[in-house]
Design a protein around this ligand. Structure first.
Ligand SMILES: Nc1ncnc2c1ncn2[C@@H]1O[C@H](COP(=O)(O)OP(=O)(O)O)[C@@H](O)[C@H]1O
Ligand SMILES: [Mg+2]
Length: 527
């Protein structure tokens, strides 16, 4: 009897799954779970790339976003920048191959990190409209621009070039991407306009022009003429490395011995410290890195974790800073009081990070609602998954009642308040690849709370003073009502005419009012 062997039968079906096939089925992992989000995610990926690219080149970003409705369910999106452009050979891979990028392997603050952003949008566009993505890119005024139309071969995760030609483009350098996709254009808290507005707040050096599908042009002017400090690339810190990663690094290292491997491939490991670590782990410091056994590597890692090593350098970070945060907020949000705080850098799992927070109070902010929360990671607004985010948890865990705001237990505070939280890091720990919420690392939550408390203290002294001022004003207006009566009584008691006394009383009131107004003006602004 020839009984079929099941394993052989199964083997016929077993084959590699390409990354593009995987993400076609699991598009929600990349932020394409529904047509609304797909449209926002695409704008976001393209704008984030434009900003990263301009900053790498040290040019002030000029970005033009255009969205047109082409049919009931379809939109054409284009994003154009004045960045460095992309060399011809790289264009197809960058836009039509998932997991291809320049930032994954480098430890410095940037908006993109996975190398999966824009190509996922290209894939979604192809999936929903079948149309190719168009790219124009120019790297120098002396060269013509390159124009491409691209598809992705999702079976192979390789680009398919539809058109490849040179063209004139009236620009010195830059990149423009245009694609069409199935989407829904949404206004409100999770829409493109909100995303662009928040992008303008957190990037006050950006000049952004937006042509909406309703045919309106919205301009977000630049508030400052200098670029953020350029973040420097750093090497990994020994505290952030795990066993598998250490073994891989040793395999790939060009160093001749383990001690020079440690001091050249990691930050904050001096040659002396490297020798000390080897000694403690019982490994000869002359051993070739590729000859270190798994057991030895394990021992080495243990020693690393037990040894005090100074924190990684923090010039890999580029905070916005208190002054610019205030400028960004003031140009887009109308409030009575603003305060901002930038915390010193800190470290989680060997990765440097820092937290910034700001608060705005009064003005146009709605009085009855829960506070409006603006969350950012490496200068990118996060519009989804608010309740899953470490920033939200930190706000909830801060006792706002102490600072003059009302707050129910376990909830966000309420009142005419906007709270901004920004995390800058060489590797932001998102809860998923769609980069919507920050994971709850205790080190990060702690820093967030410290920043929020400082904002709380600043706003509370303003609230106290304005409340006091309001009460005083109420008293004054009450007094004003009784002036005629009081003047009559005083005139009866004295020889003075009622009208003269009335005038005097009004003068006294006016003086009190003036002092009051001066006091309010003084507390209105923090800086
Ligand atoms: N507008 C642009 N200008 C210059 N380079 C770009 C632009 N867009 C993308 N790139 C390059 O393409 C790479 C891949 O982009 P992306 O898929 O969004 O991944 P990530 O931004 O996470 O690296 C980037 O790392 C960058 O080197
Ligand atoms: Mg990107």
């Amino acid at each position: 009897m020839t009984e079929k062997i099941k394993a052989i039968e199964l083997a016929k079906k077993q084959r590699e799954i390409s990354i593009s096939e995987f993400f076609t089925k699991n598009r929600h992992l990349l932020g394409f779970d529904n047509p609304r989000k797909a449209l926002l995610t695409t704008v976001k990926e393209a704008v984030d790339n434009s900003l990263d690219a301009c900053e790498e080149m040290n040019v002030l970003p000029e970005v033009i976003v255009k969205i047109e409705q082409t049919s009931e369910e379809r939109f054409r999106i284009s994003v154009e920048d004045n960045g460095p452009g992309i060399v011809k050979q790289q264009i197809p891979n960058i836009f039509a191959k998932l997991l291809y990028g320049s930032k994954f392997h480098s430890l410095k603050q940037s908006r993109g990190q996975q190398g999966i952003g824009i190509s996922a949008s290209v894939m979604y566009s192809q999936l929903t409209t079948g149309k190719p993505t168009r790219i124009i890119s120019k790297i120098s005024p002396k060269k013509p621009a390159n124009y491409y139309e691209l598809h992705i071969d999702t079976k192979k995760n390789e680009p398919e070039i539809v058109i490849d030609k040179e063209m004139d483009w009236n620009k010195d350098h830059g990149t423009k991407i245009e694609l069409e996709l199935e989407g829904i254009y949404q206004k409100g808290k999770q829409g493109v306009e909100e995303y662009l507005k928040q992008t303008a707040i957190i990037n006050p050096h950006l000049h952004l022009i937006y042509h909406s599908p309703e045919n309106t042009k919205i301009e977000y002017p630049r508030a400052v003429d200098n670029l953020p400090v350029e973040p420097k690339e750093i090497k990994p810190h020994p505290y952030g490395v795990e066993l598998g990663m250490l073994i891989n690094m040793m395999k790939e290292s060009k160093s001749r011995n383990i001690s020079s491997f440690l001091s050249t491939d990691f930050s904050r490991v001096s040659p002396n410290l490297a020798k000390e670590l080897c000694n403690k782990a019982g490994i000869s410091d002359k051993t070739h890195p590729s000859k270190v056994s798994r057991e030895e590597a394990d021992k080495l890692l243990k020693v690393i974790r037990e040894t005090k090593i100074i924190s990684p350098p923090t010039n890999c970070l580029s905070p916005i800073g208190e002054e610019l945060m205030l400028k960004g907020l003031k140009k887009e949000i109308n409030a009575d009081f603003y305060a901002a705080v930038t915390r010193p850098p800190s470290v989680y799992r060997g990765n440097p990070f820092l937290v910034e927070a700001a608060i705005a109070y009064g003005g146009d902010l709605p009085k009855e609602d829960l506070v409006r929360v603006l969350r950012f990671a490496n200068r990118v607004p996060l519009l989804y998954q608010q309740s899953a985010c470490a920033s939200t948890r930190s706000i909830i865990q801060t006792s706002w009642n102490n600072y003059g705001l009302s707050q129910s237990k376990g909830a966000l505070p309420s009142g005419p308040v906007l709270i901004l939280v920004h995390v800058a890091s060489v590797w932001v720990p998102f809860t998923s690849e769609s980069k919507e919420a920050i994971a709850h690392y205790p080190e990060i939550i702690k820093e967030m709370k410290l920043a929020l408390q400082e904002c709380g203290r600043k706003v509370s002294s303003y609230i106290r003073k304005t409340v006091k001022a309001r009460e005083q004003k109420e008293k004054i207006s009450l007094f004003e009502k009784y002036i005629p009566e009081l003047a009559a009584a005083l005139s009866d008691l004295s020889d003075e005419k009622k009208s003269v006394i009335e005038e005097d009383l009004k003068k006294i009131l006016k003086k009190g009012m003036k002092n009051l107004l001066a006091e309010i003006a003084e507390t209105k602004e923090e800086k």
